[in-house]
Design a protein around this ligand. Structure first.
Ligand code: FNR
Length: 183
């Protein structure tokens, strides 16, 4: 049986490096993991006024998380934090209070940037936000992918061997972590 992993992409951009990295991860994943690459286009703004009668897109997003065996965040950094669209999705998934859909889901974080710092602040920001509402976050290997601007060809295919190796190492560790957490 393959563990179902929701891979949340922190960028809405069509040519997003985060999306391409998530797609590469889905392709490279071992047979024990099935990554469902999930963009956040359809998730409406969180508004506490709507909690009693939540919009269908919130319900669908929460159900998707609940049915999964783990969550993997693949995100860029915006202004030293996470993009607003990702924070909004986390807020939606975290409610109702005490019933977060992220709870008990083994969690992975991969940040990236075309710049030199690999989006490390976005990853750290997630490490601040998640612990009260998520499952255990995998600690090692810490993965902040820098200089991703030359990693893909015009078809969106991964062409940077060194990056592929890092992704494969991450997936090996994450597969073992997910298995252990779901045991
Ligand atoms: C950025 N970018 C950026 N990069 C970085 O390394 N640290 C940062 O703080 C920021 N801040 C930032 C803010 C905003 C509003 C934008 C639009 C961009 C650059 C960012 O890493 C780059 O645009 C990526 O390509 C965005 O990720 P996707 O869309 O390729 O996944």
């Amino acid at each position: 049986m393959a563990y179902q992993i929701v891979a949340l992409v922190g960028s809405l951009r069509k040519e997003s490096f985060s999306l391409k990295i998530a797609n590469a991860l889905a392709r490279l994943a071992p047979p024990s993991l099935k990554l469902d690459v999930t963009t956040l286009h359809g998730i409406s703004f969180f508004n506490q006024d709507l909690e009693a009668n939540p919009p269908a897109d919130w319900v669908a997003f929460r159900e998707k998380l609940q049915k999964s065996h783990g969550v993997l965040f693949v995100t860029p950094e915006y202004n030293r934090g996470i993009p607003g669209v990702l924070k909004n999705a986390i807020d939606v998934g975290s409610r109702p209070y005490g019933k977060s859909s992220f709870l008990e889901k083994p969690t992975g974080i991969i940040s990236n940037s075309p710049g030199p710092l690999g989006g490390v602040n976005a990853a750290k920001s997630l490490q601040n936000i998640l612990p009260g509402i998520s499952g255990t976050i995998m600690g090692q290997p810490e993965t902040y992918l820098n200089n991703v601007g030359d990693a893909f060809n015009e078809k969106g295919e991964l062409v940077k061997e060194a990056l592929q190796k890092v992704l494969e190492q991450y997936l090996t560790a994450f597969a073992a972590f997910v298995q252990k957490q779901n045991a």
